[in-house]
Write a protein that binds this ligand. Sequence first.
Ligand code: ZN
Length: 237
Amino acid sequence: MPTCEYCNRSFSERGIGTHKRYCKARTEIVKEEGKDLVQRDGLIVRKAELSRETNETNINLILNIDGKGNAKIDTGIGFFDHMLEAFATHGLFDLSVQAIGDINVDCHHTIEDVGIVLGKAFNAAWGDKHGIIRFAERNIPMDEAVASAVLDISGRPYFAFEGTFSEEQVGDFTSGMAPHFFRSFAMNAGVTLHCSVKGKNAHHEVEALFKAVGRGIDDASQIDERRAGAPSTKGGL
Ligand SMILES: [Zn+2]
């Protein structure tokens, strides 16, 4: 069986190529050498840095899919910051979001546009998606509330949502913006995403939803080292 020269683990003939594209030990060596980490010699580092400026919002976002859950979020909307932190913490993404939006109007544009940029960042960071698990399902409770996320990193954007929120507003966040955010995310990430919530407290319902999608996206983003190439009978996603 072939062995990875960076981490000394053994893999199948099919899996060694997939493994070496993402090998964490190899990433560390490249880092120590102070070299540019992005897609060097076939090494895939799943990071993206995006900016987007419109008349309504100005957003700077940095994402590392294979992070440690470090979040640095400032959107001017307190509860939304808390939700993005939960998404990053439970998905183990390193995520920095700095957004300046027209929150004097309301929270709509800022939340929608962060969803767009976050979706584009995941899409860019996944790259050719070789070796990814692709599918995931998560049900996450928070006290009386339960949220679910069923998803496919398919390249075919789709969003469906079932449920209602028990209060219209959570602090400075309008509850109905939660599904709107994940719709923007799914459409720009190229993800098929089905979500639902039920509960009696909107804070719990929204927070469970962000955690469920974060966990689900992390599950589906993991690398299956038995697989060579993209997980599709068509050969690409
Ligand atoms: Zn290795």
